[in-house]
Design a protein around this ligand. Structure first.
Ligand code: NCD
Length: 448
């Protein structure tokens, strides 16, 4: 299948969205979709539609694209599968997700990435795009089969050792050079391992009080600075995963003002926009994550950087873990948090309600920029006639209580357990097919 075909299968149906507000502005309009494409925006009678969705003035956005999802298949199916993760993604408003390579076996060759892409198509709820590993077996020693993954039917464009840092500067340089040849991107988990041996939490007074080994922000900042320089030197494309510190944001601001070559994009996670290391007090491993939750000052710097476009997108780092890996003492627990079904709500709470981002800004950080970074030409498009119908309908006002057990993931490790958050996804439309509506995915059998 090529980029121009319909990854989740065009419906051939006519769907009328009644009374939607594209980007949350203006008077409500009706939007007509036919065979996967938006064919009309304005007033429509609805008499010739197969299906009508009454939106009541809800906000319409381009479908969300997650650059950083751990789907755990193959090898970690007790935490998540392509099917359960795709379900969570569709319910969270996503029409495409990039599936990280730290599976078992590692996605460092064409066979594994093709398997993941195929499973995504079989499930058919979101466009699942495998990320390829940068180094074989994520060992940081030699490059993975980057070219063969890029040329394979899985069409891999983003490469990452996420969970591990590509800390050898020569390998990082080679990866940036190599991926440049096919417009690829290296997504770096920036963490100097020599500065973070045995690290458990943000290095600061809270970790010290609890006797937890620290993960200093400098371990991230120094790698980001080095990699930006390597991107400029090689002309390659660097994507910085999960920016977590005020210092990284400051560096990127400075870098963007002076850089002349290469390309740098950066993501922040919803949890780093809301949560701080004060939560360590609970000693609850739900709050253990890599990079760690940091301070209030970092949270505010990250919000400002996202509003300014210095950090240019939001990615979930959705990291499901089975109960036995979270329901244990802090130091034995695996780092990571669920994120797909709460990302929009956390963004509404941290950025939209405080006036830091409007809905156009939300479309930019959740959809347009991630689609551009991933090279997905059918995603992150403007809402307009002739465009592919990858869309998300949002009720900005309704508040809901997060319950891990009610989320679609196999794992339940949400750090937002019990929190009341604003904003709900009413419906997700992928290539003209309703994939999620009113908190339920639409069965694939319902597709014509
Ligand atoms: N972000 C996380 O805390 N966890 C990630 C990998 C990682 O970055 O350690 C995971 O795969 O679980």
């Amino acid at each position: 299948m090529t980029e121009n075909e319909h990854p989740t299968g065009a419906s051939g149906r006519r769907i009328l969205l009644r009374e939607v507000r594209p980007y949350g502005t203006g008077d409500p309009v009706d939007l007509l979709i036919d065979d996967g494409v938006v064919v009309g925006i304005g007033q429509h009678s609805g008499t010739d539609a197969d299906e009508i969705v009454h939106a009541g003035g809800a906000v319409l956005l381009p479908g969300f694209v997650d650059l950083h999802t751990h789907l755990r298949e193959p090898g970690g199916e007790d935490a998540e599968t392509v099917e359960s993760g795709s379900t969570a993604a569709a319910l969270g408003g996503y029409t495409a997700v990039l599936a990280m390579a730290n599976t078992d076996p590692v996605a460092d060759n064409a066979v594994v990435v093709e398997h993941v892409r195929r499973r995504g198509r079989e499930v058919g709820l979101v466009d699942v795009r495998p990320v390829g590993a940068v180094t074989a077996g994520l060992d940081g020693k030699r490059l993975a089969e980057i070219g063969s993954m890029a040329r394979s039917p899985a069409e891999v464009r983003v490469f990452s050792d996420d969970g591990h840092c590509v800390d050898d500067p020569l390998l990082m340089r080679r990866a940036l050079e190599y991926t440049r040849a096919f417009d690829g991107v290296v997504a770096q988990h920036a963490q100097d391992p020599r500065l973070t041996p045995g690290s458990q939490a943000h290095e600061g007074p809270n970790a010290a009080r609890l006797g937890l080994a620290g993960w200093p922000a400098a371990a991230e900042e120094s790698v980001v600075a080095r990699d930006c320089m390597l991107a400029e030197h090689t002309g390659g494309s660097l994507h910085v995963c999960h920016v977590s510190s005020a210092g990284t944001a400051d560096f990127l601001r400075w870098w963007r003002a002076r850089s002349t070559a290469g390309s740098v994009s950066a993501e922040v996670t919803p949890h780093h926009l809301l949560l701080t290391d004060e939560l360590l007090e609970t000693y609850d491993p739900l709050y253990k994550v890599n990079p760690p939750l940091r301070t209030d000052e970092d949270v505010h710097a990250l919000r400002t950087a996202l509003a300014e476009g210095v950090v240019d997108c939001v990615a979930t780092d959705h990291a499901p873990h089975a109960d036995q890996d979270k329901d244990c003492e802090w130091s034995a627990a695996r780092p990571g948090m669920l994120g797909l079904q709460t990302a929009l709500s956390v963004l509404v709470r941290t950025m939209v309600r405080p006036g830091l981002l409007d809905w156009r800004g939300v479309a930019r950080v959740l959809s347009e920029t991630p689609a551009r970074v991933a090279g997905l030409s059918r995603q992150g498009r403007p809402i307009g006639v002739g465009e592919p119908a990858n869309l998300t309908l949002v009720d900005p006002d309704t508040e809901w209580t997060v319950r891990g057990a009610e989320l679609a993931s196999t794992a339940v490790n949400t750090p937002f357990e019990g929190m009341v958050l604003p904003g709900r996804v009413l419906a997700t439309i992928s290539e003209g097919r309703i994939t999620a509506r009113d908190g339920k995915v639409e069965p694939i059998g319902g597709r014509s």
